[in-house]
Ligand binder design. Structure first.
Ligand SMILES: Nc1ncnc2c1ncn2[C@@H]1O[C@H](COP(=O)(O)OP(=O)(O)OP(=O)(O)O)[C@@H](O)[C@H]1O
Ligand SMILES: [Mg+2]
Length: 354
């Protein structure tokens, strides 16, 4: 079992503004293991950024305990690490943002070098380190460009190099791909995944896009109104989301909603025959749905007409969804539904033939 890198226990963060009290984070507990890519999703205002400010030691929680690596950083509403150690700890946590936050008057090289201004390295070592970092993010040939001369993806690469300058153990990404197009987003995600593998970097990904979670995260927490409403492995969350908000987020990443709109327009569905059922099947871990569909034909003479199918591999496990029309005798249809359900496939009847 790998060790815990970030441990948040019962975190509350309350802001007082004039007469208003804002409970930005309410009783959130999260444990993130070393080397994990951990997603935190939620709509705007859910409290995600406020919560990560606790992780990168910029926000003292009103109550609750924060442990980063082996050190308790915050507890009882107070900082628990002495000044110098807190600053050192902070340097070991890199951060990247939506709008890159680069200095416009400095080149890529100078932006990265700036992060080393408090470093113990000699001048030569710093120069070498900056070269290595720019190489690592695939930007060696752009070292002398100013931010204005770089594309969004390239700017984010500079920001990543800068975030890694002090050899952090943790990298926090707060919507770092939100300003990028889908192709550039994929490239940046691939880079983050490489850094996670190569450097053993623990990555916390704040996002409102479930697709990003699906692409690179191992675990995910869903936040709503300051609270953590659901947490689990990406496989668990995608195959068996419990909360309505989580289900809503998942739908945006699977395309099932769009498929259902198209399916509803098909004649076979509009005029569903009386001996038929339109069902949605969801499964995780089976090699495929097809054997069970063959099986119900053989056993009950129920035919399955597949209208939509989608299989994805999450964490080495196939996770699939299908929309099929089952047709057969009344008793046979019921028996077939039972057989499907008892094989571990989740079945939802979308429509019954009139
Ligand atoms: N320093 C502060 N003072 C007062 N209220 C704050 C402060 N920081 C955050 N809040 C409030 O806390 C709540 C959570 O904000 P937060 O920025 O953490 O949300 P978020 O999930 O990151 O949203 P987004 O997706 O838009 O970035 C909001 O209601 C916000 O207005
Ligand atoms: Mg935010």
């Amino acid at each position: 079992m790998s060790k815990t890198m970030i441990h948040l226990e019962h975190i509350d963060i309350t802001f007082h503004q004039k007469k208003r009290v804002i409970e930005a984070v309410k009783d959130v507990s999260i444990e993130i293991k070393e080397g994990d890519i951990y997603g935190i999703v939620g709509y705007s205002g859910a409290g995600k950024s406020t919560l990560v400010r606790v992780i990168n030691l910029l926000q003292v929680p009103t109550s609750g305990k924060v442990t980063i690596g082996d050190d308790v950083t915050f507890g009882d509403g107070k900082v628990q690490l002495a000044g110098a150690r807190l600053r050192h700890k902070r340097q070991k946590i890199g951060m990247i943002f939506q709008h890159f936050n680069l200095m416009a008057q400095k080149t890529a090289r100078q932006n990265v070098a700036f992060a080393l201004r408090h470093s113990d390295l000699s001048k030569e070592e710093r120069v070498k380190k900056v070269e290595e970092l720019l190489e690592l993010v695939g930007l060696a040939d752009r070292a002398d460009n100013y931010p204005a001369q770089l594309s969004g993806g390239q700017k984010q690469r500079v920001a990543i190099a800068r975030a890694l300058a002090n050899d952090p153990e943790i990298l926090i990404s707060d919507e770092s791909t939100s300003a990028l197009d889908p192709k550039t987003t994929k490239q940046i995600l691939t880079l983050l995944q490489d850094l996670n593998r190569k450097l053993g970097l623990t990555i916390v990904m704040i996002t409102h896009e479930m697709q990003i979670v699906k692409d690179i995260c191992h675990r995910v927490a869903v936040m709503q109104s300051g609270q953590l409403i659901e947490e689990g492995s990406v496989l668990q969350i995608f195959s068996k989301p419990q909360e309505p908000l989580t289900q809503e987020f998942i739908k945006t990443a699977t395309g099932i909603d769009e498929a259902l709109i198209k399916i509803e327009k098909q004649d076979i569905v509009k005029q569903l025959p009386s001996n038929s059922l339109l069902v949605q099947l969801k499964y995780a871990g089976h090699s495929t749905d097809e054997p069970i569909l063959n099986d119900i034909y053989k056993r009950f003479e129920v035919t399955a007409n597949i209208l939509y199918g989608n299989i994805e591999i999450l964490d080495n496990t196939p996770v699939g969804e299908m929309v099929v029309v089952l047709s057969g005798g009344t008793g046979a249809l019921a028996a077939a539904q039972d057989a499907i359900t008892s094989s571990g496939i989740e079945l939802t009847v979308l429509k019954r033939g009139a």
